[in-house]
Design a protein around this ligand. Structure first.
Ligand code: 26W
Length: 813
């Protein structure tokens, strides 16, 4: 089909006819999208079949990445890109009068994640396949992904996301591979001649149906699988139906299917809901059952064979959300396959590895004992046994030190502590940036580090440079390739040779022109979407990410308010025009974050409509931040705001995407910012504020009094007062919660402490930007040294250091 452009065009027209019975002229843009995607999927299917076959035959070890979230975004564009078909299709379609970009825009984002953790999982899948590694994803096919955010009167409003409304071309339903997951009921152990047999009775079965999504590797024949589980049931209450009680007849069906209906929109902000625990066990159990089933077919089904699964399978758990993989794998190996506790435990521990993604204490998952016991009785029995054996080891090591043992126990204070379960049950525990991994070792998990030092390691995050540079900013990618050749696409470290051209006037001009075109495109989008006219020649200063107190959008906003005050006081103030762009969602129940959104929007309303400002500064809050919106915004950014309280942001990945696109970071020494700074050097980044060590010392020993700062800085005092003194056109108590968090709660995230340093750093940005040649050189250096932050580097570190898997080269079909 895809041999020549002519053939492609004919096949496309043919596809429209066979799918929809329509000619090219009659068909809608949505139909054209489906026709093209279906054609591409057919191409992928051949490689997919071949990949699976070779994996089976070669019997090489494979990794399964278990994650409650996969924030894929759109797939048509990235699939075309990875297949090397973008140009070909775009030209062919153009000859038919069709714009490929418009077709791509038809696809609903697969928003099956909240933010960093979910998008990281999606970047990893892309890199695993592109490195020709045998590795697959396992997750949940949420009927409703991340909610759609509307901004109404400055407030966040949540609407359900209906991404499956028009069907999803990329998935394949595999009803024949369904498995059953058991909830509730009672577990009875029967001693049958010295061996315990487990009977799980009166449970509620939920049928898990897998939907497979192909994951296409770049410029190779590898196609891996993302298996997403959906809760479905044939249950139908016929007696109620025949009595005419139709509601009751379907009630049970809907309650069983609820399991995979909705993604919890919580990021670093847990809600201890039974349904969430149910989701966790649902996909973990379904995933493991299907993996073990396949293993038995390929590698043998005796207990001896099963005791060796770690030689052929690695299971990675993305944060603690899939930590039930530990007791569930134990259950399968013991109850279903007849292994002893000791053998099952050795195998389980050698199979599973765990990544921690947050150190915010409130985000560490724990489940009430009673909830686990009721919903998952067999899991609870196994966890209790793991806990008892672990505590016995601790008792040996620390005899009599009850406080320490209680602090480390898996079950303590009425809860099951999932991070403890994950640490005890896995052979590798990693953080996602150097500073984060060190804090895990030295602070948050120091007890565990003392017991298992060799298990702890670091794997600094990365992002796929294919989506975030080559595809999102194809014009920039083209210029890079013209300058240094195309090998950086496969070997992103080679971007470094761009460094030599940092001061090349011609390259600077071309890169500047691309940035300008991207800014024009975003400016136009802002005008169309929001009716706000922004100056495309102003500095585009961007903070896009989840709204959270520790990410300190408040710091950015208060600085804007200060700038506004200063402009009002001296209208001639000589600053570069700036457009402050925000986007991001708040967890639905996060009162403070929701008011931060309102605060930013209130500033926008005041500043954008004040003629005294003379258009020098504008504030824009773009609604419904998503992967696709990020692809539009990030290439247009001049300044990347990465201003979290040092020590709180585990890594950050947005910071890497901006850097790749030539934005200059203004940031704290937190997460991967530290490594970005190491790579580009102090001259190519603007760093300010407390260090992680200083922050941690304040948390430990105290010594910070916000009022000292408040009383000593009149600019700062003014903006804090303006939150509640009627200056802003809202009811005077509207921003009490922000004021309270800063003053009464003694500024937990050091917003005011870092304020002066931030304002100074912003002035530095201002003067750096004025020297255009210098700014362009900085931008080029950022692109040049971003190679380290490709997820290809990250994934190969996981493959070598944790998963112990090797590439399998898939042959042509
Ligand atoms: C239970 C509620 C909940 C939900 C999600 C708690 C914690 C999470 C995630 C682990 C939060 C998260 O996404 N963390 C982010 O992970 C990224 C990928 O490693 C990092 O880059 C971010 O710094 C980190 O905040």
């Amino acid at each position: 089909m895809l041999k020549s452009k002519q053939e492609f065009k004919e096949a496309f027209i043919n596809k429209l006819q066979t799918l929809f019975g329509q000619s090219l002229d009659e068909s809608s843009i949505a139909d054209k999208y489906v026709a093209l995607s279906t054609m591409i999927k057919e191409e992928i299917s051949k490689l997919w079949y071949q990949s699976n076959r070779q994996y089976r035959v070669s019997k090489e070890k494979q990794v399964y990445y278990f994650s409650m979230e996969f924030l894929l975004g759109r797939l048509l564009g990235s699939n075309l890109y990875n297949l090397g078909l973008t140009e070909f299709c775009s030209e062919g379609l153009k000859e038919l009068g069709i714009d490929l970009n418009e077709l791509e825009a038809v696809e609903h984002d697969a928003g099956l994640g909240n933010g960093g953790l979910g998008r990281l999982a999606a970047c990893f899948l892309d890199s695993i396949a592109s490195l020709q590694l045998p590795g697959h994803g396992c997750g949940i096919r949420y009927r409703h992904g991340m909610f759609e955010q509307k901004i109404v009167d400055g407030y966040q409003i949540e609407l359900p996301d209906n991404w499956l409304r028009d069907g999803y071309v990329w998935e394949v339903r595999k009803a024949d591979r369904a498995v059953t997951v058991k909830f509730g009921g009672h577990v009875r152990l029967e001693d049958q001649g010295g061996r315990y047999v487990v009977f799980h009775e009166n449970y509620e079965p939920v049928v898990a149906i897998p939907y497979d999504v192909p994951i296409v590797g770049a410029n190779c024949n590898t196609v891996n699988t993302l298996r997403l589980w959906s809760a479905e049931t044939n249950h139908f209450d016929f007696p109620s139906f025949s009595k005419g009680d139709f509601l009751k007849a379907v009630e049970k069906k809907y309650s069983l299917e609820a399991t995979s209906q909705i993604l919890y929109p919580d990021d670093n902000y847990p809600e201890g809901k039974t349904l969430r625990l149910k989701q966790q066990y649902f996909f973990v159990s379904a995933g493991l059952q299907s993996i073990i089933r396949r293993y038995k077919r390929t590698h043998g089904a005796t207990p001896d064979d099963l005791a060796k699964i770690h030689k052929k399978i690695a299971i990675h758990i993305n944060d603690t959300h899939p930590a039930l993989a530990v007791p569930e794998l134990m259950r399968i190996l013991m109850d279903e396959e007849g292994l002893s506790w000791e053998d099952a435990w050795n195998t389980t521990r050698q199979t599973i590895s765990y990544t921690n993604h947050t150190i915010l204490p409130e985000a560490l998952e724990k489940w009430p004992i009673e909830m686990v016991e009721r919903l998952l009785p067999r899991m609870y029995m196994i966890i209790r046994e793991i806990n008892e054996r672990f505590c016995a080891v601790l008792w040996e090591k620390y005899p009599g030190d009850w406080d320490k043992i209680r602090a480390m126990a898996i079950i303590a204070d009425g809860y099951v502590h999932m991070a403890h379960l994950a640490v005890v049950g896995s052979h590798s525990i990693n953080g996602v940036a150097e500073v984060h991994s060190n804090i895990l070792k030295k602070e948050v998990m120091s007890n565990f580090y003392q017991v298992y030092p060799y298990r702890f390691n670091n794997k600094t995050n990365g992002v796929t440079h294919r989506r975030w540079l080559a595809k999102a900013n194809s014009a920039l990618a083209g210029i890079i390739t013209e300058a240094i050749g195309s090998s950086w696409l496969a070997h992103p470290y080679e971007l470094a040779s761009l460094h030599r051209y940092a001061h090349d006037a011609e390259l600077q001009d071309r890169i500047k022109a691309v940035k300008q075109a991207n800014k024009n495109r975003l400016a136009q989008f802002i005008q169309e979407k929001m009716g706000i006219v922004v100056d495309p020649h102003s500095i585009f200063d961007v903070q896009v990410k989840r709204i959270h107190a520790y990410k300190r959008q408040t710091l950015n906003a208060l600085h804007i308010l200060d700038l506004y005050n200063r402009l009002k006081a001296s209208p001639g103030l000589d600053i570069e025009p700036r457009t402050f762009i925000f986007a991001g969602k708040s967890a639905t129940g996060y009162y403070l974050a929701k008011h931060i959104i309102k605060f930013i929007n209130t500033l926008a309303q005041v500043i954008n409509n004040d003629p005294d400002v003379g258009g020098k500064i504008k504030v824009v809050f773009l609604e419904n931040y998503s992967v696709s919106l990020a692809e539009l915004i990030i290439p247009a950014a001049d300044v990347s705001e990465q201003i979290s309280t040092a020590s709180r942001e585990a890594s950050g990945t947005g910071n890497m995407k901006f850097m790749m696109n030539g934005a200059i970071t203004i940031g704290t020494l937190d997460g991967a910012n530290i490594e970005i700074c190491d790579e580009v050097g102090n001259d190519n980044i603007v760093i300010f504020g407390l260090t992680a060590e200083e922050v941690l010392n304040y948390y430990k020993y105290g010594g910070y009094n916000v009022l000292d700062v408040y009383h000593n800085n009149p600019h700062l005092r003014l903006v804090v007062d303006q939150l509640t003194n009627g200056f802003l056109p809202v009811s005077p108590d509207e921003f009490n919660c922000i004021h309270h968090s800063l003053i009464r709660a003694n500024d937990e995230f050091f917003v005011l402490k870092d304020f002066a340093a931030y304002a100074e750093a912003q002035e530095k940005i201002n003067s750096l930007y004025r020297d255009s040649a210098h700014w362009q050189a900085m931008a080029i250096n950022n692109i040049a040294f971003s190679g380290r932050f490709s997820s290809d580097r990250t994934v190969s570190e996981y493959a070598i250091g944790i998963w112990r898997i090797k590439p399998v080269v898939i042959r042509e079909v």
